[in-house]
Design a protein around this ligand. Structure first.
Ligand code: ADP
Ligand code: MG
Length: 233
């Protein structure tokens, strides 16, 4: 058997509030193999975003560990995490999180400024990522000159541009209508099937989840069940 790309063991997370400890994730065990596309489902407040942020290294566990590619992410120092994140994990948000003062091209190029690529290489990678999401004709548009679906495609290009092995997406279709959301899901499936990207996608929409290869469910911070689906490649 291959090693999983993501290995989560005994993971717990709680927040302190007014002297009280609030458990948010409780004793999570999860393996995600390279090439998988996992839908992380569960009601609002069940800890989905918290788990995703921990996987992306944006937040730290209270206990337990997360390994990505065999490396415990807690052992990576903050500086390496910034560049490591740029190299290995692409993050897609519900509300796109594009910088309004930057064009589509500049937003996508941004993560590459952390790398030592030359200006010409950065331009090549940026143009390729925007072509992948079919926005080559919107390079100089600002986010407020783009539709929601187009903004999310820019955000996907930004997540892709550093060629990460892992893409995490937090309700990527949560702010989109059904048709536009479906186009974004087409794109994520294409990244998984054609480029072999491993994807963990938070959603509470069963239709969106059905696009993944399998689902895992969180209930009040506990991983409750797993069902294989869409096993077809
Ligand atoms: P989901 O994404 O499934 O809706 P979250 O992971 O955002 O859930 O939140 C899970 C729980 O953790 C919620 O009860 C929320 O209030 C709590 N929580 C999240 N972030 C914080 C924080 N920074 N401080 C305190 N509590 C938090
Ligand atoms: Mg959330």
């Amino acid at each position: 058997m291959n090693e999983p790309l993501i290995r989560i063991r005994d993971l717990s997370k709680s927040y302190q509030r007014g002297g009280q400890e609030i458990p948010v994730l409780v004793d999570i065990q999860l393996d995600v193999m390279a090439g998988d596309f996992v839908a992380l489902m569960g009601p609002s407040g069940s800890g989905k975003s918290t788990l995703l942020n921990l996987i992306a290294g944006i937040d730290q566990p209270s206990s337990g560990r997360i390994e990505i590619g065999g490396i415990d992410i807690a052992t990576i120092c903050v500086g390496q995490l910034a560049t490591g994140r740029a190299a290995h994990v692409g993050f897609i948000f519900q509300f796109y999180n594009l910088l309004p003062v930057l064009t589509a091209f500049e937003n996508v190029e941004l993560p590459l400024l952390l790398t030592n690529l030359s200006g010409r290489q950065r331009r090549e990678h940026t143009l390729a990522a925007l072509e992948m999401v079919k926005l080559s004709d919107r390079l100089d548009h600002y986010p407020n000159e783009l539709s929601g679906g187009q903004q999310q495609r820019v955000a996907i290009a930004r997540a892709l541009v550093s060629d990460p092995t892992l893409i995490v997406a937090d309700e990527p279709t949560g702010d989109l209508d059904r048709v536009t959301g479906s186009e974004v899901l087409d794109l994520l499936q294409q990244l998984n099937r054609d480029l072999g990207k491993t994807i963990v996608m938070v959603t509470h929409d069963p239709k969106a989840a059905a696009r993944a290869r399998r689902m895992v469910h969180l209930e009040k911070g506990v991983l409750v069940s797993e069902a294989e689906l869409n096993a077809q490649a």
